[in-house]
Design a protein around this ligand. Structure first.
Ligand SMILES: Nc1ncnc2c1ncn2[C@@H]1O[C@H](COP(=O)(O)OP(=O)(O)O)[C@@H](O)[C@H]1O
Ligand SMILES: [Mg+2]
Length: 282
C-alpha cells in the first residue's frame, strides 16, 4: 500500500526577504528529508525549536512547495495546482493558537463554518457538526461564545472544526503548547482517542518528549533532517542521545533511569508513571 504522506528528498529554504543582499544565501531549513506516513498511523514529530517541524507541516498542506524533491498526499503531488483543494481536504491542520482558527461568535457556528462555506446541505452540516462536537466533548458548549471558553476548550473547538471536514490526516502543530499542563494532557489523550476510535492518521508535532509516549511511532528531527524514527519505547532508550538533541527528558523517564541504575529491572516499555508503577507492583 502506498503511503498517505510521501515526503521524498525534500529540500526547502525560505526566500530571502527583499532588500537583503543575495549574498546572504538562504540556509536550507529542510535538507534532503524523506518520510513516509501510512494511513492510520499515529506519529509524533519531535524536535527542539527551529529544527524545521512547522516548515515540514506547511509542505504537507501545500502552503509552501519544496525547492527540490516532492511531497505526495494520497499520491497527489503538492506542486500540482489542480489538486490543492483535494490535498487540503485530506490534510487538516490544527495550530498552536486556536484563536487564529476560530471565526464565528458561537461554538456550533464555528464548527460548521468551513462546511457552510462549501455550500453543503443543512442536514449534512448538522450531522457532521454534531459528530465532531461529540468526538471532542464540546456538545454542551454549543451555544457558548468561544472567547469565554478556556484555552483547552477553544483548542477543542478548533479541532472539531477540522474534524467536521473529515480529513484523512490531521497534523497538529504544537497544539498544546499554549495550554496548562492538565489541558495539555487532556488534548494529547483526546488525539490518542480519536486515532483509536476513528482510525484517523495523526501527526502530532511537539517539542515535548512527554507527549510522545502514546504514539505508535516517534520521528525526531534535528537541523532539517530526520535523525531518529521508531516506536516510543525504542526512542526513549537512549536518554543521553535525546539530551544531545536538546530535548527535555520527562520525569517518568528520569525516574525509570534512576530505578534501573539502582538495579530495579524495568522493561523498555516502562515510559509512563502508570507503566512503571505496574511493573514495580508485579
Ligand atoms: N516564514 C519564515 N521565514 C524565514 N525563516 C523562517 C520562517 N519560518 C521559519 N523560519 C526559520 O526556519 C527554521 C525552522 O523553523 P520551523 O519550521 O518553524 O521550526 P520548528 O517548527 O521546528 O520550531 C528556523 O530557523 C526559523 O527561523
Ligand atoms: Mg514550529
Amino acid at each position: 500500500m502506498s503511503p498517505l504522506l510521501d515526503i521524498q528528498h525534500v529540500t526547502y529554504s525560505y526566500p530571502i526577504p527583499t532588500g537583503q543582499s543575495e549574498k546572504d544565501s538562504p540556509v536550507a531549513v529542510l535538507r534532503d528529508l524523506s518520510l513516509q506516513i501510512r494511513e492510520g498511523e499515529y506519529v509524533v514529530l519531535l524536535g527542539h525549536n527551529g529544527c524545521g517541524k512547522s516548515t515540514l507541516a506547511r509542505l504537507c498542506n501545500a502552503l509552501i512547495l519544496p525547492d527540490r524533491g516532492h511531497v505526495l498526499v494520497d499520491g497527489y503531488d503538492t506542486q500540482d495546482a489542480d489538486q490543492i483543494r483535494t490535498i487540503r481536504d485530506n490534510v487538516g491542520m490544527v495550530f498552536q493558537n486556536p484563536d487564529n482558527q476560530i471565526i464565528a461568535t458561537v461554538v456550533e457556528d464555528d464548527v460548521a463554518w468551513s462546511l457552510a462555506v462549501r455550500g453543503w446541505s443543512r442536514a449534512m452540516i448538522k450531522e457532521r457538526v454534531e459528530a465532531a462536537m461529540a468526538a471532542v466533548g464540546i456538545a454542551h458548549l454549543r451555544d457558548r461564545l468561544p472567547s469565554k471558553l478556556s484555552g483547552g476548550q477553544r483548542q477543542r473547538v478548533a479541532l472539531a472544526g477540522i474534524l467536521a471536514l473529515r480529513p484523512r490526516c490531521i497534523i497538529t502543530d504544537e497544539a498544546t503548547s499554549m495550554l496548562d499542563p492538565l489541558s495539555r494532557q487532556e488534548i494529547t489523550q483526546l488525539l490518542h482517542q480519536l486515532h483509536q476510535e476513528q482510525g484517523l492518521t495523526l501527526i502530532q508535532i511537539t517539542h515535548l518528549l512527554e507527549e510522545a509516549a502514546l504514539a505508535q511511532r516517534v520521528v525526531v528531527m534535528e537541523q532539517g533532517q530526520v535523525v531518529l524514527d521508531g516506536p516510543p519505547a525504542a526512542i526513549f532508550r537512549d536518554l543521553d542521545l535525546l539530551r544531545s538533541l536538546k530535548l527535555e527528558i520527562p520525569e517518568p523517564l528520569v525516574l525509570a533511569e534512576r530505578l534501573r541504575q539502582a538495579g530495579v529491572p524495568l522493561s523498555p516499555e516502562a515510559i509512563t508513571l502508570n507503566a512503571i508503577a505496574e511493573e514495580l507492583a508485579s
